[in-house]
Write a protein that binds this ligand. Sequence first.
Ligand SMILES: Nc1ncnc2c1ncn2[C@@H]1O[C@H](COP(=O)(O)OP(=O)(O)O)[C@@H](O)[C@H]1O
Ligand SMILES: [Mg+2]
Length: 338
Amino acid sequence: MPAAPHSTPAAGSQPLYLIPGATGGPASAAAAEAPPAAGPRTVAEVLEQARIEPVLQELDRDLVGLAPVKQRIRDMAALLVIDRLRRAQDLSAAAPSLHMSFTGNPGTGKTTVAMRMAEILHRLGYVRKGHLVAVTRDDLVGQYIGHTAPKTREVLKKAMGGVLFIDEAYYLYRPENERDYGQEAIEILLQVMENQRDDLVVILAGYKDRMERFFRSNPGMSSRIAHHLDFPDYSPSELLSIAGKLLAEQDYRFGPAAEAAFARYLERRIVQPHFANARSVRNALERARLRQASRLFADAERAYTREELSTVAAEDILASRVFGTEPPSDLAPTEETP
Ligand SMILES: Nc1ncnc2c1ncn2[C@@H]1O[C@H](COP(=O)(O)OP(=O)(O)O)[C@@H](O)[C@H]1O
Ligand SMILES: [Mg+2]
């Protein structure tokens, strides 16, 4: 394995494939093999070559809120762009450490941002393929002796050239269980994170407090993670903007009074069990769409306008159980788990 990252960013012709949990990425474009005529000298040249600015702008535009996360990503992009300029002038070429932790409650955008991150790293030439492989403990750790190493290595093989996203990574470490196979997975990960860091970026994700505890018990892992990004909960108004965006993405919108109804829905939902930020918004809209469809379905003779077909009405929101008389715990079984 060469010590330097792949020196040429993806050429302009290459499409992007970013599939959560994908088992592989696109083959590197042949163009990526061509050596650059002369190294870049300016930030603008690197940005232009790597086509990085559109990704950053898209991140700003598509994702509501997350100001501190977006700033950290810009800072990391700056670090990598300058690293490329340094390389072009033969300054110290140790591969920068890019492993990260993303901490925050469920539905705060960690997986979504990880996919964008994979894209940025790919465009800047730090990973060959730029795909994201999302796993949890069960994908890495076996049930029986001898099963863990092959399982972990298989996942690492799939993730090579991209980003390995380990959700709820702290479950790998179970101190209460003396002979837990998770430790074996951790040791393999540590090795690869060190020796193959020019070809694989690992992102550990999960709740902040559990992750901190995990790092305190696993100094080896802690020392390999250079970047810690914290994802705050969304404010009610951010959740409302997210709702608007999610609807628009699918050619829906709130009708008169529906947005106000959804704001009232959120007020109630936020304090209930298993509230999961943007994911709960997505699920609530999914249910509102079902109700809208039933409402329209009921009139079999009517020719609906585009407007009617794309409008979620206040009544589609207000029919939610959140407004009903059942105790809040009734929601739990049908709701997302964290
Ligand atoms: N800031 C945001 N703006 C718009 N949509 C978002 C935002 N954050 C999350 N989402 C949406 O919410 C859902 C859950 O996000 P996800 O990234 O899976 O959260 P996490 O990995 O933290 O649990 C996704 O469908 C995503 O598109
Ligand atoms: Mg997630």
